[in-house]
Design a protein around this ligand. Structure first.
Ligand SMILES: [Ca+2]
Length: 328
């Protein structure tokens, strides 16, 4: 997602009215969540062993071509970074996030100044939509939205200490990771961790049961059949074979990699300024907004670009530790 997506002209589309489907609103059952008071070994991380696999998938064009990839073993946070964890980082360092500071006009020439004030993107569920091309029907840039008040000044994270931190930018996530002595995973590392040992692509195409995704018709009807209609605390669903929670759904997760439109494209340099229009990083795993009718990206091979200095309410992150000396 980028600021320019918001102001793109909507394509003409038939008026879609989804006034009510009351039957789907019954029967939701909340799963039991991970008890974060129980300490995990290696400071909440699990070991992801080395592997070779066919990276990518075949559902959307940006997932190809399938590419043979090797990753070395690494430690990975077993759950997404929580509000409580990010608060400890901010308390220790005095760090101020980019959403709290606002965008840099030099990095976004020609953009509407209203999209550069301190703030971030917030998802709102519309009552109806006119086609699916214009994302501003369900996404808004909200002045004052940031990790402390993810839906804007009238919201807060009180009581949501175990929810994944959101409205975080790539630079914010990197700063947290460095403070911990960790790193952000590469796309290849993240995808291998999400595969959990399955070297073959395409085995995870079905909407996952053990994940916080969207049940119903995006963006107008969410039955909440998986227990949550919005974000969930981390660790509410079963872990994968490596012990990793919420790799699919809940929040998209940032990687260290600059966005490339497909695998094998080496036309971009490895290092560019972290800020600026057109600079996007790859995010993985889908979010609570992923639904079969719109965004089947609750899969290991799915990927999207995320503007480097724009926080949103459905993107978070987890960190890794490349330290062979402490591997099992
Ligand atoms: Ca996730």
């Amino acid at each position: 997602m980028s600021r320019r997506d918001l102001i793109a002209a909507a394509a003409v589309a038939a008026l879609a009215l989804f006034a009510f489907v009351p039957a789907l609103l019954f029967g939701a059952q909340r799963p039991a969540c991970l008890d974060l008071s129980v300490p995990a070994p290696h400071d909440g991380m699990v070991w992801v062993p080395a592997g070779d696999y066919a990276q990518g998938d075949t559902v959307y064009p940006e997932e190809g071509p399938l590419t043979r990839t090797h990753v070395s073993g690494f430690w990975m946070d077993r759950h997404e970074v929580t509000n409580a964890e990010f608060a400890r980082f901010v308390a220790a360092t005095g760090y101020v996030t980019e959403a709290e500071r606002g965008g840099d006009v030099k990095a976004h020439p020609g953009i509407d100044p209203d999209l550069l004030v301190p703030g971030a993107m917030v998802f709102f569920m519309p009552k109806h939509v006119n086609g699916m091309e214009n994302i501003s029907q369900w996404w808004r840039f909200v002045p004052g939205a940031n990790w402390r008040q993810p839906a804007g000044p009238s919201s807060s994270i009180a009581g949501k200490e175990d929810f994944p931190v959101v409205e975080i930018t790539h630079a914010d996530a990197l700063a947290y990771a460095k403070w911990k002595g960790h790193a952000l995973p590469t796309e290849a590392e993240w995808e291998w961790a999400a595969r959990a040992g399955d070297a073959h692509p395409g085995d995870d195409h079905d909407q996952p049961v053990q994940a916080n995704t969207w049940q119903g018709i995006f963006p107008v009807l969410n039955s909440g059949a998986d227990g949550f209609v919005g974000l969930a605390p981390v660790g509410c669903y079963g872990a994968n074979k490596y012990g990793l929670f919420d790799m699919f759904g809940n929040v998209w997760e940032m990687t260290a990699d600059l966005w490339r439109p497909h695998h094998g494209d080496e036309s971009l340099p490895d290092t560019v300024p972290a800020r600026g229009a057109g600079v996007s990083y790859t995010i993985k795993g889908g979010s609570f907004l992923c639904a079969p009718n719109y965004c089947m990206r609750y899969r290991s091979g799915s990927r999207e670009p995320q503007e480097s200095d724009l926080g949103t309410s459905h993107v978070g992150f987890r960190t890794i530790l490349r330290e062979k000396s402490v591997s099992p």
